[in-house]
Ligand binder design. Structure first.
Ligand code: CP
Length: 335
């Protein structure tokens, strides 16, 4: 078992299944143990959050522990992560010291560090998360990095299972129009986890919005290993046919990475077309509607769909709490 929870791909399917089982026990109220009693978890937020911050804080409390919440550049010093730089700019402290100091106080740390959407080549390597993992002497939980949001993906897999039962499902990940380019962490992690869990995955997006090639290879390989399929399409309506799950998310084009105005122009024709609406949901096999939240209503999804019984977005948010408790218990208390 890995020391950290950075990416579901680092964990075997059996290990992920174990986390889901434990999360379900927490949700049913069957496990009230306090494995974090007397211990603290640092939560480092470079970016805003509702669900991640609240669910981690509540989860650590329910496991008997204490949280230390830090916001570099706000409630703690600005942080440099690059190696060997002359720190004569606006960064006050290096991750090397920050992480090693925190590890003397805390038994684990979570970190949220979004893509800056400036330099694809650099950001696809997840440099800030990698620096945390490298220098930390305690487990690190990825609370959404440039490339991955594994806690969200695990909560999504739990939600699919509790609504549709175990086994292979037909799952659509669809790009949706949003007024500005967004990072790819959520679609990357959802697609990867769905493939690892053996779901038949369709990924729909307009031309030019392909996911990272290495990640696509990984998704295809994991699906193959799990006996599942992956298909890719630009057909915004046909993609919905017969699906049991519709997962909507917007992301930016790598072609226009660092040039948001060009991406906004490129995506303009897709407004009103790449939206999840009732007509598209009619084409599914009674499909669930999923989104990680926050969501822009009537851009990504219509009010009619997100307010319908098919929508499980609040369950997904609740399940963040249960899966994160399972992750923290596994990383910090074994078992
Ligand atoms: N889905 C999710 O991570 O929500 P927050 O950004 O509010 O934490």
């Amino acid at each position: 078992m890995p020391r950290d929870f950075l990416n579901t791909a680092d964990w075997t399917r059996e290990e992920l299944e174990g986390l889901l089982l434990r999360a379900a026990r927490f949700k049913r109220g069957e496990d009230a143990s306090k494995p974090l009693a007397g211990r603290s978890v640092a939560l480092v937020f470079f970016n805003p959050s509702l669900r991640t911050r609240a669910s981690m804080q509540v989860g650590v409390y329910e496991l008997g522990g204490n949280t230390v919440i830090l916001e570099p550049g706000g409630t703690s010093w600005t942080l440099e992560h690059r190696e060997g730089v002359v720190m004569d700019g606006d960064k006050t402290e290096h991750v090397k010291e920050f992480v090693r100091v925190l590890a003397r106080y805390c038994s684990a740390m979570g970190v949220r560090t979004f893509a800056a959407l400036k330099d694809w080549k650099e950001e696809r390597e997840d440099p800030v998360l990698a620096a945390f993992a490298k220098y930390s002497e305690v487990p690190v939980v990825n609370l959404e990095s440039a490339m991955h949001h594994p806690c969200q993906a695990l909560a999504d897999m739990m939600t699919v299972r509790e609504r549709l039962g175990e086994g292979r499902k037909r799952v659509l990940l669809t790009w949706a129009w949003h007024p500005k380019p967004l990072p790819m962490a959520v679609p990357n992690s959802f697609a990867l986890a769905a493939a690892q869990m053996g779901h038949d995955l369709t990924i729909a997006h307009p031309p030019g919005y392909e996911l990272d090639e290495d990640l696509v290879r990984e998704i295809n390989g994991r699906a193959f290993d799990a006996g599942a399929t992956v298909s890719y399409t630009h057909d915004v309506e046909g993609a919905f046919d017969g699906q049991q799950v519709v997962y909507a998310k917007s992301w930016g084009s790598r072609e226009f990475y660092g040039r948001p105005a060009d991406d906004v122009e490129e995506r303009a024709p897709y407004r009103g077309e790449w939206i999840v609406d009732a007509a598209k949901m009619e084409r599914t096999d009674g499909g669930l509607f999923m989104h990680c939240l926050p969501v822009r209503r009537n851009c990504i999804v219509t009010d009619e769909v997100i307010d319908s019984p098919a929508s499980v977005v609040i369950d997904e948010a609740e399940n963040r709490l249960h899966v994160q408790k399972a992750i923290m218990t596994r990383l910090m208390a074994g078992g």
